[in-house]
Write a protein that binds this ligand. Structure first.
Ligand SMILES: NC(=O)c1ccc[n+]([C@@H]2O[C@H](COP(=O)([O-])OP(=O)(O)OC[C@H]3O[C@@H](n4cnc5c(N)ncnc54)[C@H](O)[C@@H]3O)[C@@H](O)[C@H]2O)c1
Length: 354
């Protein structure tokens, strides 16, 4: 049996990937800071080894007995990256590079990295953004998150040689159910909004394009890259996208998928000019090279998401844990307060009193 280290394995995609690896007989070790706590680990914690630690300072024993690494760890959205650009670069870029160097020194050959289609976003609405971007497209990402991913890819490509096989997956925006649920990703957000307010807000009239990918397809793509012959994937970048849709069409599809659940939804276009994310991406290369094809569309995924979020009680939509930037802001505020005040249940003078 082969042991895979999943960095960020306690995250939204990480837990679903670990479930699939375990089902396929892999031995799984997770390295994660557990920023989102342990509650999302219920489906894997009895079967996987969970190591709580930071990817910026990986203890040598974490790599002991490991055959391959899949790195999904880090700050995983534009707002969280902008919150602390310096930490983002250290985690998403430098730690990704340094872990790869440590793997290479240890003879761990396969290193699969979670990059993102965000590297293609130019933040513009012009026609140019309608061009389908490929792995060959000329890009110069400037946003903190996209740049952190792009620079990490460059470092990994430089490390590739006959003994080291890094692979980069630029995923579209992911949707679907995970035991560590996120409701801050567009399809999932629409489902949450449909249930909590019955209104889906279409920023800029819903005109913007977005490449999308179901979470179980995302996990399958990692395993495909883990198992592919080295000469097909060494230093290769693969886009992983099921379909590109305008946001307005995403909303219409979510509305249709929710009809059987008797949820009525209004679509509300807005026309403020902030926060443009607009890009279309081709997923043709991974199909051509590896025969891999994403297969789960929005409607099937929404049906599954609603069924499982109800079954497992993920309907406390106001819980900040589901929204990365809200959760991170809250953790930072709490950390500052606790440094000064300590726990409200501890009496600071109790030791003196006794
Ligand atoms: N979710 C998407 O739509 C999407 C799309 C494209 C790319 N990605 C990338 O895929 C990866 C996984 O995304 P996700 O949605 O599961 O994100 P997530 O935020 O749910 O998971 C990230 C995990 O990394 C852990 N982590 C963060 N910093 C760490 C550190 N310093 N040391 C150890 N662990 C740390 C967190 O605790 C968390 O469990 C990320 O790298 C993200 O950038 C995600």
């Amino acid at each position: 049996m082969s042991r895979v280290l999943v960095v960020g394995g306690a995250g939204y995609i990480g837990v679903v990937l670990c479930e699939q690896l375990l089902e396929q007989g892999y031995d799984v070790r997770v390295l994660d800071r557990l920023y989102f706590g342990r509650s999302g680990l219920w489906s894997i914690q009895d079967r996987a080894e969970i190591v709580v630690g930071d990817m910026r300072s990986v203890a040598p024993e974490v790599l002991e007995g490991v055959d391959a690494v899949i790195n999904l760890g880090g700050l995983s959205s534009d707002p969280t990256a902008e919150y602390n650009p310096e930490a983002t670069y250290k985690i998403n870029t430098e730690a990704t590079r340094d872990m790869a160097i440590a793997c290479k020194a240890k003879g761990i050959r396969r290193y699969v990295f979670a990059s993102s289609c965000s590297v293609y976003d130019k933040g513009v609405l012009e026609d140019d953004a309608n061009l389908l971007q490929t792995e060959e497209s000329d890009i110069t990402p400037t946003a903190t998150y996209a740049k952190s991913k792009y620079d990490a890819e460059r470092y990994l490509i430089d490390l590739a040689d006959d003994d080291f096989c890094p692979v980069m997956l630029r995923k579209g925006t992911v949707y679907g159910f995970s035991p560590r649920q996120r409701f801050d990703l567009v399809v999932n957000t629409f489902v949450k909004d449909a249930f909590s307010s019955g209104e889906l807000n279409l920023h800029l009239g819903g005109e913007m394009w977005r490449p999308l990918l179901e979470i179980r397809d995302a996990a399958r793509a990692y395993i495909a890259c883990l198992e592919a012959p080295e000469d097909k994937v060494r230093a290769e970048i693969f886009n992983v996208v099921h379909q590109n849709f305008r946001i307005s069409e995403v909303a219409l599809r979510v509305r249709e998928a929710l009809r059987p659940f008797n949820v009525d939804v209004d679509l509300r276009p807005t026309y403020g000019m902030s926060g443009i994310r607009n890009y279309r991406v081709s997923g043709e290369k991974i199909t051509r090279v590896l025969g891999f094809e994403p297969s789960i569309g929005i409607e099937d995924s929404v049906t599954d998401l609603v069924t499982r979020m109800r079954r497992h009680q993920y309907t406390d939509f106001s819980n900040p844990r589901y929204y990365n930037i809200r959760w991170m802001t809250l953790l930072e505020e709490a950390t500052d307060l606790i440094k000064v005040a300590g726990s409200m249940f501890d009496d600071p003078n109790a030791a003196n009193a006794s």
